[in-house]
Design a protein around this ligand. Sequence first.
Ligand SMILES: CC(C)(COP(=O)(O)OP(=O)(O)OC[C@H]1O[C@@H](n2cnc3c(N)ncnc32)[C@H](O)[C@@H]1OP(=O)(O)O)[C@@H](O)C(=O)NCCC(=O)NCCS
Length: 451
Amino acid sequence: MSPSDNKQTEDKSSSLQKSKKKQKKEDAWRPEGPRDPFAMLDSLPEKKQQEIQRALHLFSLGPTLPKTLQQARRHTYRFWETQPVPKLGDNIVTHGPLIVDETSVRKEPYSLPQGFCWDSLDLSSPTVLRELCTLLSENYMEEDDNTIRFDFSLEYLQWALQPPKWLAQWHCGVRVDTNKKLVGFIAAVPADVRIYEMEKRMVQVKFLCVHKKLRLKRMTPVLIRELTRRVSQQGVYQAVYTAGIVLPTPLSTCRYWDRPLNPWKLAEVGYPGLRQNMKLQRALKLNRLPEVTKTPGLRPMTKEDVLGVHSLLQANLRKFPLSPILSVQEVEHWLLPRENVIDTYIVEGDDGAPTDVVSFYSVSSRVLNHPIHTDLRAARLLYIASTATDPVNLMEDTLVLAKSKGLDIFSALDVMDNKSFLEKLKFSVNDGSLHYYLYNWMCPNVSPDKV
Ligand SMILES: CC(C)(COP(=O)(O)OP(=O)(O)OC[C@H]1O[C@@H](n2cnc3c(N)ncnc32)[C@H](O)[C@@H]1OP(=O)(O)O)[C@@H](O)C(=O)NCCC(=O)NCCS
């Protein structure tokens, strides 16, 4: 071989190497050809996919993130270790930010692998809202075994993502360049938060979701970094978020409690929240509710009640060291009833002003491949504040109202003073926990009854 041949071969092989490297980089988030397990799964009928997922779940072979503190201690947080959050195991006694407000915020967006682009979702466009709805409904799984899946409505997403002062750039989407398919999402909404003695302007982070086919490819850290950048651009450096998994470091760990409203249906769909070993007849008897409510003056909240409910909630929420500070506009947004999204009831006092308030939002799920049932509707307690009515009675009436609206189960966290009625009203504690986190803020742990 002549020296020039040699040179040509070297050139070729180095350009081949370069193009391989480039290809590898470009493929960072792409399913890897025929061996990609997601592609293989996807080519199977949905019923088969479910069987496999159920088996994986059963033998716990699927990739899992820590659900307990013990598991968390053995996990290496490659991303979270780089973030301004307290380290697991730190004994925190001080209050304040981990890094002081940044003066220069990165101007350009974080880079995405080739083939993907950022898109701030314009949720006032029904088409975009529907796209988000599809991404979340198809990829935001509720049960690990893929038998029940959230089914977010357009109205629910508008309520959850467009409170007063929402910003379009905080509805942060990732699309595939070629076909513009939405494959990733993370959102922040403005939130003023009381944390011990401090009142802080923060954001609440919501709806982090990555398309199933792009999981475990480290898209989440990029989404979080980019959202943090966009939030810092507005001069906000703290965030509050919740997750079912343990990350560094939970500020508070709360439990979900479930109360069947329609035990028959829950048993038929095999809902895990129902006590498994209980005979149906017993479950029906145990969970029986009165036909009608008994609190005099209990009625749905109207626009005229906004100011009264605002003062009632202000006074009540102030008792809790980790709580939202709601403006009048926010009370109107978060609490004023919207069909199939949010229900709020007040007890009208003698002077017409509300003495008690209770609100719950509704989350629908699709039951997959069931011969009879297609959907499941859960009520989740948002706020309860009472000054004149016994909370047990008020809550029992709320269960009656939720049931009459066709809801199948009622969930509440053991936050605030909720423990005072949970057991009495036959709620039972669910397996899962919900951890509360603060980004770039450290302070001592908060017990659930202080949240
Ligand atoms: C949550 C979800 C986006 C994670 O995606 P993934 O492909 O498994 O994870 P990625 O490879 O992109 O990123 C992994 C990193 O993200 C972190 N992460 C995973 N889930 C997280 C969450 N809910 N909140 C914050 N960080 C999270 C992991 O801890 C890991 O970082 P580490 O190395 O520091 O441990 C994805 O599983 C999903 O869309 N699930 C359905 C919706 C959902 O449950 N959303 C969360 C609601 S709280």
